[in-house]
Ligand binder design. Structure first.
Ligand code: ATP
Ligand code: MG
Length: 567
């Protein structure tokens, strides 16, 4: 039987009631009830089963207030036109999940709007109830409150309007800037990844500015490279400096802060502003204080914004910092929805939430504009355990990992990359030939050095060959050290590495070398642009070219030593 209820602000005459109810039944045979509610101010609200028509003045005012609060200028506010809504009623809530009845035709991932103004995203569609993850504060939601369908899935605005902005998981500004204009195109948070035929090979490099990575773990445009390590091992710093290094290189950057402290995020945004990186960067934020739903959605939002740029044919770099917290947020949501917990209490599909996110990065075929999305997910490990559940999952989805180690970090080897455990499975193809040829022997030399180092600790007599290897290794390690905010171009890295491989630094002690490199790099930048350009353009460093590098070095190192001993 249809249930019909009419609530009116003012007493209505019989004829008026008949007129309102006429389309909904055969009167007077159909039962209905009428109530008065002066709080509606004017007009009426009609309920017919799970549908509602709200013509009240209270609703009209609320809709205007909502637009004004969202920062829409007064002259652009659109008045509310009453229409039939599909509604449900809150049955119960638990830690950010609301269960509602009604909402019979709600779609998965659809935005659901509560009468209190809070929004949520439908996540669990059952026969008699719907599980909705709340995007706002739970305290506003009351039992029995109505919620309604919005008929749109969760989306974010994308395109140029997003550049330089700090936004939340639904693309709403958090930076006190102007509202994102309505004409900005919108994309669903979740879309299918490009197919095999829509892609092309990853064979162009994207530079991090860290010599160790660009030489030994090269990353290509469209690749997914994981940064993994314990707490405070410099993971964010690598990602941050990589964004800084894209300045002037025509790469759009997106940094997604997942479940981090607000203070950390604001320091980072401040840094981007200071160095001018916000001119090509969007920051998507779901901080630790936000609902698990917002934290869960943020990476998809960042990915959708990145896709928008990629489909325009641009190169995009997107950082997810970090996916461990993303998995934890999803675990919390799933447990509340009573989905069965599996290994480490994560739900069975936690692999899938990350694979469908990371599979969306690609290098598109030329017919599709040739744009690319390079993804750098970050994962935090506990006590260096990369064989835990989430780390192994993500390692298997990505094209390689940069593994950072606390021990190295505290020993002063920064970036604290464990070269033995770090790889890039496609990067070699994407490396410029001059870099590939220079970096070729590095891994082996470093591995040899580490072995010999352990051996040499026993203090036995060392032959000259071993000694040379040790000498070379310790200096090579020094060249690979790099402070934060000191990116090197590809040519600069090749320049310094060539000297290291040829054991040219042997006359400097490692401590001296550390200081020397800083001064020398500044000098190369000032005086040797033509030489750097030559390196940039060439296929391999020929003997003649190396002779010029060496000559330059010899002249400067002598001058530097004299200067040093004088001071
Ligand atoms: P968290 O686990 O808290 O997210 P993280 O692994 O992201 O930490 P960062 O915040 O990047 O680590 O770095 C930790 C500290 O180490 C910071 O104070 C940073 O300034 C310093 N640091 C990182 N990389 C370098 C570097 N290459 N040279 C010098 N200091 C560095
Ligand atoms: Mg970090």
């Amino acid at each position: 039987m249809t249930s019909i209820q009419l609530i009116s602000a003012k007493p209505l005459a019989e004829t008026e009631i008949k007129e309102i109810l006429a389309p909904h039944g055969d009167f007077p045979a159909t039962e209905y009830s009428v109530k008065l509610d002066p709080e509606l101010l004017d007009g009426y609200v009609l309920f017919v089963d799970n549908r509602r028509l709200d013509t009240s003045l209270r609703r009209k005012l609320a809709e205007i207030e909502k637009q004004l609060k969202a920062g829409i200028p007064t002259e652009q506010v659109v008045p509310y036109k009453p229409e039939v809504e599909e509604i449900g009623q809150v049955i119960r809530t638990s830690d950010g999940i609301v269960f509602s009845n009604g909402l019979d035709h709600v779609m998965n991932n659809e935005i659901v709007i509560f009468d209190s103004g809070v929004e949520g995203v439908s996540m669990d569609l059952g026969p008699s109830e719907t599980g909705i993850m709340l995007l706002g504060s739970e305290s506003a939601v009351r039992s029995g409150e109505y919620c309604r369908r919005s008929y749109r899935t969760a989306q974010v605005p994308c395109g140029d309007a997003m550049i330089g902005r700090v936004v939340d998981a639904l693309g709403r500004p958090l930076d006190n800037g102007p509202s994102i204009p309505d004409y900005a195109p919108r994309r669903d948070l979740e879309t299918a990844a490009p197919s095999v035929t829509q892609r092309q090979q990853v064979n162009e490099p994207i530079y991090t500015g860290f010599t160790a990575i660009d030489a030994m773990i090269p990353i290509g445009k469209g690749q997914r490279e994981l940064i993994i390590g314990d707490r405070q091992t410099g993971k964010t710093t690598i990602a941050r400096d990589m964004i800084a290094n894209q300045k002037g290189k025509n790469v759009q950057c997106i940094y997604v802060a997942v479940g981090q402290k607000m203070s950390t995020i604001s320091t980072l945004v401040q840094f981007f502003r200071e160095i001018g990186a916000m001119e090509y960067t969007t920051v998507v934020v779901a901080s630790a204080s936000e609902s698990a739903a917002a934290v869960y959605l943020a990476p998809y939002a960042g990915c959708a914004i990145a896709e928008g740029f990629m489909e325009q044919g641009r190169d995009v770099l997107v950082i997810y910092d970090d996916l461990s917290k993303h998995a934890q947020a999803y675990r919390a949501l799933s447990l509340l929805l009573r989905r069965p917990p599996g290994r480490e209490a994560y739900p069975g599909d936690v692999f899938y939430i990350h694979s469908r996110l990371l599979e969306r990065s690609a290098r598109l075929a030329e017919e599709l504009g040739g744009g690319s999305m390079t993804a750098i997910p970050i994962v935090e490990t506990q006590a260096g355990d990369i064989s835990a559940y989430i780390p192994t999952n993500i390692i298997s989805i990505t094209d390689g990992q940069i593994y950072l180690e606390s021990d190295l970090f505290f020993a002063g080897q920064r970036p604290a990359i464990n070269v033995g455990l770090s790889v890039s499975r496609v990067g070699g193809d994407a490396q410029k030939s001059v870099m590939r040829k220079t970096a070729g022997p590095l891994r082996v030399q470093l591995a040899q050095y580490r072995e010999l180092q352990a051996f040499a600790q026993f203090g036995s007599d060392l032959d000259s060959e071993t000694q040379r290897s040790l000498e070379l290794g310790v200096r090579l390690t020094e060249v690979l050290k790099q402070g934060q905010g000191q990116p090197r171009s590809m040519a600069e890295s090749v320049f310094l590495l060539q000297l290291a491989i040829h054991n040219a630094y042997r006359d400097l002690t490692p401590d001296e070398l550390h200081e020397f490199l800083r001064d020398y790099l500044a000098k190369i930048r000032m005086d040797n642009q033509s030489l750097l350009q030559e390196i940039e353009m060439c296929d391999k460093v020929s003997e003649a070219l190396y002779a010029r590098i060496q000559e330059d070095y010899r002249a400067y190192v002598e001058q530097w030593m004299t200067m040093r001993s004088a001071s």
